[in-house]
Design a protein around this ligand. Structure first.
Ligand code: ADP
Ligand code: MG
Ligand code: MG
Length: 889
């Protein structure tokens, strides 16, 4: 039978494993039919047919014949006939792709309705039902197949309600709906010159094509780009016998979840709307009742629904969401899929399913991810009694932040540059606002939904964001925002933005760490004692991830405070201590003194003393664990005054006759060290050629600190790392110099000391010559930020604002390579260097530090590539532990 109809499958021929061919909705319907749930009969036109249609822009050979044949079967199963007024079969024609794309594609209900069928129903005394179904068909067919603007139908409907004084659609009677049907048909004709076809088969065929075409609709394409769904999968088309929730008081439609998708709490959860078709529940045209209310009205029905929901949850072993319809007291299930859930619910449900014996802990670990955990770690506002928000909007990007209001991106950037915290408020944002989004602590917009530009970019950047703020009017010219009730918020007003709740508050609210983050860092030992179910679930799954993971998790940390925070979050050492932090800020002058030859020895001595002090406290804070100290890395100019500023200062001084020798010297030094391409300039290991003393000072300080601490009984484990090596000769030169200094220090103290020396692999040439490097390195640490910058040849500081954002907007690049590791390019270099390095030196340690090491989407790559440890910023550590565990099960 299958080969006779390659493009069509009856529901009972499929199952849940066939989502690629049947789409998610079709596979779910098929599986439910198998389980014996009350699913109306139907068939599925496969994604293969859609792909053939998309490729040829016409129907593939034999498709219509197969559909016709399937309709004959459907007539037999339902006992009804398509287009026969005496026993009319109506069908729904529903899109359904492999990956759920809610609301992004089209569905046409009530296909098969026409004048003759309506007249027959009217004659049987079902006028209201007949006209309600008819007007719905005209509306959906008009919009989906003929392309009439949906808002025009809504306008007519609203007008009719006003004229008749009906509060909701439910109060419209048969005569009203008959008029509405006529009005809709007139509208369609006026707009398209076409009438709704009276031939049900023509309706069906054109609806199927419209569903195919909706795959390439603008909304659908945008959604796929955002969610990373491939463009060539196509959608299936589900043709299912209509069951009617709009057939009187004992009929209705609902949507429900097998548990609460927001909190994760057990117990059926959902909405029900009497005398309605399914679309009405989601569209929000009437307020639905809670399922428990249905339970009071129709206890037997509620009981039956609950039984089916339990069957589904036990079968899928996960939270399911379900669409159902009741037709004159009889229950039908129309759709199921795994339910979308909040991050808090994801953890709670996963662990409670383990408690209930439905899944094991390994499985539970795969049900959550690092991105969800990251959300739960965002700080929150401390709760404050009796506080009411200024305004509500959509919770577009979670977090809690406060700052001064600004109304354009330029001001956001200026104010941030002078150290102010700002909240950017815009009517909506566009790619031009990227700089402002980046600068602001939080973003609010008056227009736009959860997929608006502001929302998407903010989530990408981890900025707190509330969109669609009700009643907010932003006037960037007058530099003021207003809210209903005469509230006026001039530029500079401090507001607090709760991106988790979607609320804006006046003034500065106190921020505190989230409950989850507090619990993790306190390392609560007995999880059963913790009352909050989500907190308990996170700790349980983190513990299990630790048991499973093969990747080590280290921290990027410089100060003892950071080191302690990292330990509390579970770091197993410091994978990257950037020594430049010691020399920036006020201490910049030390480097300036060093390079201006003013008292070079004095400056060096100070640098060394500082380093000794800082290394000592850092090593103690990380006692028992490795600390990888990277030699000074940034370009020299970062330590020197800005050349332009200084030139101006000198010019002004010369004008006034106050230019002195000191200023002249500063200017000439700054000029000498100035580089037009500093990131590709004199930095990292290259400093060896011009300023080896600074490296000597760092190594000597580390050796001194180590010997002193070990003598005092401390178990400290420092290692050294050389940045920006391109050639093995640079490494051997650096190594020789460092080993000499370590030996000198050891000799002076009559001690013995060995410090492992590793190399940062962060230039393509280092990766390409990894075998040679491995001969002289105890470990590699992949610096994927610089490696991305140098292999793409794009500046990590400028690319985003200058063109990467526009690339994403235009669909040229889907992801930011500085955020998520580019496996095809940069990843290939990492994999090659790891392989070559290990071949040359089997015990070679392999680490990765930089943004990607803390990015949930990149961790799988590192796990597969055989990296030993990832080093990330302390707050990311739990996320990496969890992801590393997930990768191992
Ligand atoms: P979406 O993917 O947007 O949810 P669906 O294909 O599920 O679209 O259909 C839209 C609405 O129509 C849903 O509420 C669904 O339950 C309802 N519906 C679909 N098919 C039928 C049917 N055969 N009988 C009654 N209602 C249906
Ligand atoms: Mg649906
Ligand atoms: Mg680097």
């Amino acid at each position: 039978e299958r080969t006779a109809r390659p493009f069509v499958l009856e529901l009972h021929e499929g199952d849940r494993t066939m989502a690629a061919l049947l789409g998610g909705k079709g596979a779910g319907l098929a599986e439910m039919s198998r389980l014996g749930l009350p699913v109306p009969p139907g068939f599925i036109v496969t994604t293969e047919a859609c792909r053939a249609w998309l490729a040829g822009a016409r129907e593939p050979d034999g498709l219509w014949d197969q559909i016709e044949a399937a309709m004959v079967d459907l007539e037999r199963r339902s006992g009804l006939r398509f287009g026969d007024p005496s026993a009319p079969l109506l069908v729904s024609v529903r899109s359904g792709a492999r990956f759920s794309m809610p609301g992004m594609m089209e569905t046409v209900l009530d296909v098969g309705m026409n004048d003759a069928v309506a007249a027959a129903l009217v004659a049987r005394g079902e006028g209201r039902f007949a006209w309600d179904s008819y007007r719905r068909l005209v509306q959906m067919y008009g919009r989906t197949v003929l392309g009439v603007d949906g808002a025009l139908f809504d306008e007519q409907l609203t007008r009719l309600r006003q004229q008749t004084g009906a509060a909701t659609d439910a109060e419209l009677d048969a005569a009203d709906l008959e008029r509405l049907t006529a009005g809709f048909r007139w509208l369609v004709h006026e707009r398209t010159g076409e009438d709704l076809p009276q031939d049900p088969r023509e309706q069906l065929h054109r609806a199927v094509v419209a569903v195919f075409a909706s795959w390439n609709g603008e909304r659908a394409r945008l959604y796929r780009a955002l969610e990373g769904i491939p463009d060539d999968l196509g959608t299936a088309v589900n043709v299912v016998q209509m069951v009617f929730g709009n057939r009187g008081e004992r009929s209705g439609s609902g949507v429900c979840f097998t548990r609460d998708p927001v909190s994760g709490a057990p117990g059926v959860f959902g909405d029900y709307l009497p005398d309605a078709q399914g679309e009405d529940v989601v569209s929000g045209s009437r307020s639905p009742m809670d399922l428990s209310e249905l339970g009071r009205r129709e206890p037997a029905l509620h009981q039956e629904l609950s039984t089916h929901l339990r069957t589904l949850e036990e079968h899928y072993r996960d939270l399911c969401d379900v669409e159902f319809t009741v037709e004159q007291g009889r229950l039908w299930i129309l759709q199921t899929r795994l339910g979308k859930r909040s991050p808090a619910a994801a953890f709670r449900i996963a662990v409670e399913l383990v408690d209930e014996g439905l899944i094991d802990l390994d499985e539970a670990l795969t049900r959550v991810d690092g991105t969800q955990l990251q959300t739960l770690l965002h700080p929150t506002f401390a709760s404050q009694e009796g506080l009411t928000p200024l305004a509500h909007g959509l919770a577009a990007s979670p977090g809690a932040a406060y700052g001064q209001l600004v109304f354009d991106s330029a001001t956001a950037m200026e104010w941030t540059a002078i150290g102010r915290a700002v909240v950017l408020a815009r009517p909506e944002t566009s790619p031009d606002d990227f700089g402002g989004l980046l600068a602001a602590r939080a973003v609010i917009t008056s227009r736009g939904g959860l997929t608006s530009h502001a929302a998407v970019v903010a989530r990408g950047l981890g900025r707190t964001c509330v969109t669609g703020v009700e009643g907010l009017v932003v006037d960037p010219v007058a530099r003021v925002a207003t809210l209903p009730g005469g509230v006026s918020l001039p530029e500079g007003t401090v507001v607090s933005v709760d991106g988790t709740a979607g609320e804006v508050y006046a003034g500065q609210r106190d921020v505190e760490p989230s409950a989850v983050s507090t619990a993790i860092s306190q390392g609560v030992p007995h999880t059963a004692e913790i009352s909050d179910s989500t907190v308990r679930a996170v700790l349980t799954l983190l513990a299990h991830a630790d048991l499973r993971r093969r990747l080590g998790v280290m921290a990027n940390a410089e100060t003892p405070d950071e080191a302690r925070a990292a330990r509390r979050f579970g770091a197993e050492g410091i994978g990257l201590c950037r020594t430049e932090h010691m020399l920036l800020g006020e201490r910049r002058v030390l480097v300036e003194r060093l390079v201006t030859d003013d008292d070079r020895a004095g400056a060096l001595a100070e640098i060394e003393a500082l380093a000794l002090e800082e290394f000592t406290s850092l090593l103690v804070a990380m006692e028992g664990l490795p600390v990888v100290v990277r030699l000074l890395d940034p370009p020299m100019h970062e330590f020197l005054p800005d050349l332009v500023d200084l030139s101006v200062e000198a010019a002004v001084a010369a004008e006034r006759g106050t230019l002195d020798a000191a200023l002249e010297r500063r200017l000439s030094t700054t000029r000498r060290w100035h580089e037009s391409n500093p990131m590709l300039g004199l930095r990292g290991v290259r400093l060896l050629t011009v300023l080896p003393q600074i490296i000597d000072a760092q190594v000597r300080a580390l050796a001194e600190a180590t010997i002193a601490l070990r003598a005092a009984g401390h178990d400290v484990r420092p290692e050294l790392m050389v940045p920006l090596v391109a050639d093995v000769a640079e490494l051997t030169a650096a190594r020789e110099r460092m080993e000499g200094i370590v030996a000198d220090v050891a000799r002076a103290h009559d001690a013995s000391l060995h410090l492992p020396i590793g190399v940062m692999v962060e230039l393509p040439r280092a990766a390409l010559t990894a075998a040679a490097l491995a001969d002289h390195a105890d470990f590699f640490s992949f610096g994927t930020n610089d490696l991305t910058q140098t292999s793409w040849g794009m500046s990590r500081d400028d690319a985003e604002a200058n063109f990467l954002a526009a690339y994403r907007e235009a669909g040229i690049l889907a992801t930011d390579p500085f955020k998520t590791l580019d496996e095809a390019g940069v990843g290939a270099l990492v994999a090659m260097a790891a392989r070559d390095g290990r071949r040359a030196r089997p015990g070679l340690g392999l680490g990765a530090c930089g943004e990607h090491a803390g990015d949930p989407a990149s961790i799988g790559f590192f796990a597969r590539t055989g990296i030993d440890y990832l080093s990330c910023s302390p707050p990311r550590i739990p996320v990496v532990r969890l992801e590393a565990g997930r990768q191992a099960v």
